[in-house]
Design a protein around this ligand. Structure first.
Ligand code: SD4
Length: 342
């Protein structure tokens, strides 16, 4: 080895060890609460999903397994905005986005995925079986099939077909605030008047008995989106972020604006700075409000968050955002505070 190379290597190692020496990786870590598992997820539909997660958490299972199992319930149900029964894009195809992240900062994601019933499980396989974080479109589908996921029929559910035909009459793309809570059950036609309906997502974050955090997020995105459109939900840092030293956060609502501020990562970083989960969510929403100004009235954004102490909270841009919480002691739907009152 040349002297110069040796010198460069030695000085690099010296400066690295000086930097590492003055830095303790555990300094910033808050002691987790042990034995107090908790799961929270977005919107009213989160109640059913939390039950599924609790099947695992309640038995001392791992948060990662819980957040996958929990949102699979929503993916398999008939609803407007998650899974294959959901509303299609403008061209009449249902395209799904999902991501998952664990306590080791492992993460996996799929976007623009068609004909696969459980995108969250494909995201987990991407995380566990590939050197990548994100697969999209036909590549994601090809990977899913190779992994043994059945390719479902490319057929809209009866509800989605009806909604699509309704929508085609006007072909308007206008998000409707809080559509999630109006529609998480079977479709109700008169709610969908004028073709103006849009989005939903389930985001779930959990802490297990060991105090480890994980999160998941899955959606069909905005109803009647442009073909190929991907929102925040499958994007690590936007729709979901987990830092096992600090906390976890997930987002719902107008994905474009959540991406704009790296939403869920922002919430976690605000908790790292000492803000409570609710305050961190509120500050992130305020950041979006500042960017959007008047046009913020047209959209909804919601964040939920949990920290290592097991404290949790959520906040919405508009009134009407809800989130579901389950622990050994409570099972509850919370109405989140909002910046814009009505
Ligand atoms: C998206 N954030 O695709 C998703 C939609 C959503 O509640 O969350 N709706 O932009």
């Amino acid at each position: 080895m040349s002297n110069r190379r040796k010198f460069l290597q030695t000085s690099l190692l010296t400066s690295l060890s000086t930097a590492l020496g003055s830095w303790s990786f555990t300094d910033s870590a808050i002691k987790p609460v042990i034995g107090k598992a908790i799961v929270l997820s977005t919107w009213d539909a989160g109640l059913a999903a939390n039950k599924g997660a609790w099947e695992i958490l309640g038995k001392g299972g791992r948060a990662l397994d819980a957040v996958e199992a929990g949102v699979m319930i929503t993916e398999a149900s008939q609803n407007c905005c998650v899974g294959l029964g959901a509303n299609p894009d403008r061209d009449g195809f249902v395209t799904l986005d999902a991501c998952i992240m664990d306590e080791f900062s492992n993460c996996g994601s799929v976007a623009f995925l068609e004909r696969i019933k459980h995108p969250i499980s494909v995201a987990r396989r991407v995380m566990e079986k590939t050197p990548h974080v994100m697969l999209v479109g036909s590549g994601a589908q090809q990977f899913a099939v190779t992994e043994g996921f059945p390719l479902e029929d490319q057929k809209l559910s009866d509800n989605a077909q009806r909604n699509y035909e309704n929508w085609l009459k006007k072909s308007e793309y206008r998000p409707v605030i809080n559509i999630e809570n109006k529609q998480h059950g079977p479709y109700i036609e008169d709610v969908l008047n004028g073709g103006e309906f849009n989005h939903d997502t389930i985001g779930m974050i959990a802490m297990d008995d060991k105090g480890n955090l994980s999160g998941s997020c899955t959606t069909s995105g905005m109803g009647f989106k442009m073909r190929g459109r991907v929102g925040d939900s499958p994007i690590i840092g936007a729709g979901l972020f987990v830092d096992n030293e600090v906390g976890a956060a997930t987002a719902t609502g107008q994905g474009e604006d959540i991406i704009r501020i790296g939403g869920s990562h922002t919430v976690v970083e605000l908790m790292r700075q000492g803000h409570s989960p609710e305050q961190a969510c509120k500050l992130a929403v305020q950041r979006i409000l500042k960017i959007k100004g008047e046009s913020a009235k047209q959209i909804q954004i919601g964040f939920i968050a949990i920290n290592k102490k097991g404290q949790f909270g959520g906040y919405g841009l508009q009134k009407g955002f809800s989130y579901a919480v389950k622990t050994a002691r409570e099972e509850k739907l919370y109405k989140a505070g909002s910046i814009i009152p009505s």
